[in-house]
Write a protein of this length. Structure first.
Length: 97
């Protein structure tokens, strides 16, 4: 994630949540890094979405640096991680919140 992008992500997700949306797919396949601020924002947005009955699913490159970081930080235990957007979106429709 480029520097400061996590702030834009947070603001966009919070606006969507405030407008009644609670299910999100965040495509991070173009991200080449992920700092602690971005991780914190993702976790905060996940919590907020789940409080509103939704979820936040991540799309990352399999075996990429972001995927590895999520595994190292054990965040793969709280986030559902997918290899493509179609898979992540489908997980909502089959009730796999």
């Amino acid at each position: 994630m480029r520097e400061g992008a996590h702030v834009h992500l947070r603001d966009a997700l919070i606006q969507c949540i405030d407008e009644g949306q609670s299910k999100f797919v965040v495509d991070m396949t173009r991200a080449d890094s992920l700092d602690s601020a971005a991780l914190g924002e993702l976790v905060a947005c996940l919590k907020r979405a789940r409080q509103d009955g939704g979820d936040l699913k991540l799309v990352v490159r399999p075996h990429g640096i972001v995927h590895e970081l999520l595994q190292i930080m054990r965040l793969d235990r709280i986030f559902q991680i997918f290899g493509d957007e179609k898979e992540a979106t489908a997980a909502f429709t089959v009730g796999l919140n």
